[in-house]
Design a protein around this ligand. Structure first.
Ligand code: CMX
Ligand code: CO
Length: 146
């Protein structure tokens, strides 16, 4: 079951400049940064709030490390802005399979590694009314279902 908005993913050309904007304007501080080579991004997670199911909500700032990455291609076409939304679940495997059974394209056969030890997968934006949609099970939620 999808229980919360885990994060909004925002494509940017410069991670530090964009993070400074979020800190200065809203008071949102960077909790964590990492490079995810597989996804082709350098990213910063800005924690907005915690929830009682063990997860939290974040802004995820994404700077491409390669022009041919998903975010690099998207930035070249659209410029900076909202790239995807991510829903949190304790069971990304089960929920993505159920969604796949509805004929919606799930991009990965098995969930892959996301920020802070999470497990993630994506739904094709063309099957989701134009919204690239991510499903994520936070590290602290893994093993809490079933
Ligand atoms: N939101 C909405 N639509 C999008 C989109 C996005 N983020 N990215 C691409 N599209 C649309 C394009 O506009 C294009 O539409 P048209 O054909 O109407 O022009 C269509 O999808 C195909 O786009 P493309 O530029 O040719 O890109 P690809 O098909 O090569 O890749 C996608 C699209 C979704 C398969 C790819 O971006 C992907 O695999 N995304 C998942 C991984 C990812 O985004 N990782 C970065 C974030 C990591 C994280 O969150 O941790
Ligand atoms: Co994301």
């Amino acid at each position: 079951m999808l229980t919360r908005i885990d994060h909004i993913g925002i494509a940017c050309t410069d991670l530090e400049t964009t993070a400074a904007f979020y800190a200065r304007t809203y008071g949102f501080e960077v909790l964590h940064t990492e490079v995810n080579e597989e996804q082709g991004v350098r990213e910063a997670m800005l924690r907005i709030n915690g929830t009682d199911d063990g997860g939290a909500s974040y802004i995820q700032l994404l700077e491409p490390v390669r022009e041919d990455s998903a975010v690099g291609k998207w930035l070249a076409k659209n410029g900076e802005g909202v790239h995807h939304i991510a829903f949190g679940t304790a069971d990304v495997d089960g929920d993505s399979e159920a969604i796949r059974d509805q004929g919606i394209r799930v991009l990965y056969d098995e969930p892959r590694r996301g920020s802070m030890g999470s497990r993630i997968t994506f739904l094709h934006p063309k099957d989701c009314h134009g919204v690239l949609t991510e499903l994520v099970t936070a590290a602290e939620q893994q093993g809490t279902h079933g």
